[in-house]
Design a protein around this ligand. Structure first.
Ligand SMILES: [Zn+2]
Length: 141
């Protein structure tokens, strides 16, 4: 199989990802089956955010190297659905970019991800096994 599919169930306040991010080599499609998710997207670091809701029976699609995006359950109920990514059966962290506030730059900047050597789970590494680096100044979180 050359795609990844994840079934998700988000409690109120939970999000799909820790930070707004994009994949340079992977498309992502989210299909909501229950509840309403809220997506926040940005064209680039420091750009005006766009916010929209995706309800049950609706899909949201992001192309490779699309906007930075993060989905959150901002409702009072549960959000259920499927997430699909193609191509590739797993996320390649080295091909992903995120928007994070950089303490050195004092601003929101584009960050790269890298999993440390010897991480137990490369697909979903622990936070301490992940190096998140500012692309502007090189500062590592
Ligand atoms: Zn920086």
């Amino acid at each position: 199989m050359d795609f990844a599919m994840t079934v998700f169930e988000l409690e109120p306040g939970e999000s799909f990802s820790g930070a707004p991010h994009k994949h340079l080599n992977q498309e992502e499609l989210f299909y909501i089956t229950e509840g309403t998710a809220t997506w926040h997207t940005k064209a680039d670091a420091g750009a005006e955010p766009e916010v929209f809701e995706v309800g049950a029976g609706e899909v949201v699609h992001f192309a490779a190297d699309d906007v930075f995006q993060t989905g959150v359950n901002e409702s009072d109920g549960v959000v259920k659905g499927f997430a699909m990514g193609v191509p590739g059966s797993r996320h390649e962290w080295e091909k992903a970019l995120g928007l994070v506030d950089c303490p050195e730059c004092g601003d929101e900047t584009v960050h790269t991800f890298r999993v440390v050597e010897g991480a137990a789970d490369v697909r979903m590494p622990d936070p301490e096994e992940m190096v998140i680096a500012c692309r502007e100044c090189g500062n590592e979180l």
